[in-house]
Design a protein around this ligand. Structure first.
Ligand SMILES: NC(=O)c1ccc[n+]([C@@H]2O[C@H](COP(=O)([O-])OP(=O)(O)OC[C@H]3O[C@@H](n4cnc5c(N)ncnc54)[C@H](O)[C@@H]3O)[C@@H](O)[C@H]2O)c1
Length: 371
């Protein structure tokens, strides 16, 4: 089965783009070349792990169209999502003679998508690119919405651009080689969007977690499809994260702090997993979320390995200090997305980031540690 979705940015109709999801959909690159006949050169950007696995597949499709292509590879990992790597990619692109009609294919996980997307955003003031996500996290989250970025020593993703792809091809076949830990890592982002917007799919995930992680088509595809369509809806309402798009930050304020404290050893999705647990406890303490709903959140997260013992390994003061630097904050006042039920958040006229006292964060942290 193949799912077709569309992202429409109402203020910029020309930016409407299709998302294709299913097993084997990489072959639909051909349709894309039909739609963009001016493309004569293609650059494929991938990290070394994904390049070894899948570059040949993509190169073969490009070659069958008699297009010139160049594969540009950089070392895998978050540590390489930097301005220095971006410069290397640009130099390779100049050497290959890329111009404004060159199409860039971002083949890989979220790291590749973010850096290749940012490179496409700035190369000759912007060229077209296609997201070809190969990790579950990249399919569910980072390949849709047009946020592109690199990291700096001052923080993650703080230099970047909003630059929408012309298409996203999610070939679920690629997930067969993804390590199990990275499958779970991606699933946290689906759980995040369902906890904030879709009660029914929280129940679906809770009932079918093993089938989803075993990549069973009838369970996995509806989860990716629903998560992506919810993300597309949020991006359509608020492309530049002025209000509703902040809902996607549920679990992230705490999660980013935990990732930073771990020196990025904690995977992003797991950071969000622990973050969702603590932020749900904060909502409970603030009288917004019932104890029963908190337990639903905690049980689902525990089934994916989120264990309260983790909070014994970090210091609450460090967590709070790191939360103060979050992008949603104003004047160092910490703001969080707060659950009011399963599938709903506190939302006043699409404003979803709410002020939270640091004393409540500390209390929630201590209560979670007690189990
Ligand atoms: N732009 C956004 O909106 C957005 C949203 C969420 C996360 N992100 C970013 O996404 C990044 C995390 O993404 P990620 O978890 O995909 O990390 P990643 O790109 O580092 O991929 C994780 C690992 O899996 C490997 N891999 C990828 N696909 C594979 C496959 N099919 N088979 C085997 N190995 C494979 C990669 O080489 C890497 O080693 C972070 O940099 C984060 O900031 C961006």
């Amino acid at each position: 089965m193949t799912y077709q979705l569309q992202v429409n940015i109402p203020s910029k109709p020309a930016l409407t783009y299709p998302i294709t999801l299913g097993f084997g959909v990489i072959q639909q690159l051909n349709d894309l070349f039909d739609r963009f006949p001016a493309v004569k050169k293609v650059v494929i950007i991938a990290d070394d792990i994904v390049a070894d696995l899948y570059a040949k597949t993509v190169q073969a499709i490009v070659a069958s169209r008699n297009l010139q292509s160049q594969l540009i590879i950089f070392s895998a990992g978050e540590a390489h999502k930097t301005a220095a790597t971006k410069l290397q990619l640009e130099e390779e692109m100049f050497k290959f003679g890329c111009d404004r009609h060159t199409l860039c294919l971002a083949l890989g996980g979220g790291v590749v998508g973010d850096i290749a997307g940012f490179t496409a955003a700035t190369y000759m003031r912007g060229i077209n690119y296609v997201q070809i996500p190969t990790s579950l996290l990249a399919m569910i989250d980072s390949s849709v919405g047009g946020k592109t970025a690199v990291n700096t020593s001052y923080g993650k993703n703080i230099i970047g651009a909003f630059w929408q792809p012309i298409a996203v091809l999610m070939d679920v076949e690629f997930l067969k080689s993804l390590p199990a830990e990275h499958l779970v890592n991606g699933l946290f982002e689906a759980i995040k969007i369902f906890l904030t917007l879709d009660h029914e799919h929280v129940n679906f995930c809770a009932s079918h977690i093993n089938e989803i992680l075993n990549l069973e088509e009838q369970y996995l595809l509806p989860v990716i499809n629903k998560a992506v369509s919810l993300k597309a809806y949020v991006v359509e309402v608020d492309e530049h994260e002025r209000n509703l798009r902040m809902i996607l930050n549920f679990g992230h304020t705490v999660g980013h702090a935990l990732e930073k404290i771990s020196n990025y050893k904690l995977l992003h999705g797991y950071g969000v997993g622990y973050g969702m647990l603590l932020e749900a406890k904060i909502a409970q303490i603030m009288g917004l979320l019932s104890g029963e709903d908190f337990n639903t959140v905690a049980t689902l997260l525990a089934s994916l390995g989120i264990n309260v013992d983790y909070f014994n390994t970090v210091n609450v003061a460090d967590v709070i200090i790191n939360m103060r630097g979050d992008k949603k904050n104003a004047n160092q006042q910490i703001k969080l997305v707060l659950l009011t039920g399963i599938g709903q958040v506190k939302n006043i006229d699409n404003q979803v980031a709410c002020d939270v006292d640091e004393a409540i964060i500390e209390r929630a942290f201590n209560e979670i540690k007690l189990g």
